[in-house]
Structures are given as C-alpha cells and as structure tokens.
Design a protein around this ligand. Structure first.
Ligand SMILES: [Fe+2]
Length: 149
C-alpha cells in the first residue's frame, strides 16, 4: 500500500523533477510537464508491491500495459547498475535522491545520511544508493541541474 508518507515523497519527487527539468530544458514546457508526470507515477508500484526490490518493475509493467511512454524509466528507476540512462531516467533518479521519504527537499548528502540512519551504512539499500549517487554526480548532465546549497 502507498502510505501517507509515500504520497508526500511522490509529490516531492514530482515537484523536484519539474524543477530539474526546467533547469535542464528551460525552453521545453512539454518536457517539464512530462517530467512532473513521471515523478507522480514513479513509485505507485508500492500499492501492489511492498518491497523496495519489486515496486519499480511492478509499476513499470502496469504502465507498459496502459501504454505510458515512460514505463521503462519507472521500471528502471533506482537501479544503480544502469548504463546510458535516458535524460528522463537521469532526472528522475536525481529527483528521487534529492527528496526525503516524506517529501523533504534534500541534497544528495542529506538523502544518503537519512538512508544510513534508517537502514545502516552496512545495509544493501545504503550501498546501492551510494553507488547511484556517485553515478549521477559523475554524469556530465549533472552540471546542468546541480542545485547550489
Ligand atoms: Fe521508487
């Protein structure tokens, strides 16, 4: 089930995705709208899959069936092993890692600290997120959307 906290996270990610999209492609209002929608849809798989491991694939499969153009990005979000992320997946992953579990506006560092507090620095969840953030920061597109704080 999607909890109240999760809804707040989802809305936070959608707004962050919109903000990052506006930095990335300021002259493309449709792209900005599409990124907001992708943020709205990215975690709804939790309604049908409780665990972290399967919510993305579950959501992606439902959206594929519905004919949603970015079902693939939903299915792959949060996977630190993905090479050649589309612009949409890159921005979605950045937005997800800059938003706390209740929609807080976080830096990558604050997000990682929060994950470390919840699961511990030795947890698979934390290690996976560290790798993901390293990959996002190393991506040349990161320079375009970096938020100075
Ligand atoms: Fe997710």
């Amino acid at each position: 089930m999607i909890t109240q906290n999760r809804w707040q996270h989802i809305l936070g990610v959608a707004r962050k995705a919109k903000l990052l999209a506006a930095k990335f492609k300021p002259d493309d209002p449709k792209f900005i709208e599409d990124m907001f929608l992708l943020g709205v849809l990215h975690d709804f798989g939790y309604e049908f899959a409780e665990d972290n491991a399967t919510h993305a694939a579950t959501g992606g499969a439902i959206l594929k069936r519905a004919g949603y153009i970015h079902w693939h990005e939903v299915a792959l979000h949060g996977d630190e092993t993905i090479e050649n992320m589309s612009d949409e997946l890159f921005l979605l992953n950045c937005a997800d890692m800059m938003t706390g579990p209740s929609g807080e506006d976080f830096t990558f560092t604050e997000r990682l600290d929060e994950i470390a507090q919840r699961f511990g620095t030795e947890s698979a969840a934390y290690k996976k997120c560290v790798l993901e953030v390293e990959k996002l920061k190393a991506d040349k597109r990161y320079l375009k959307i970096k938020i100075a704080r």
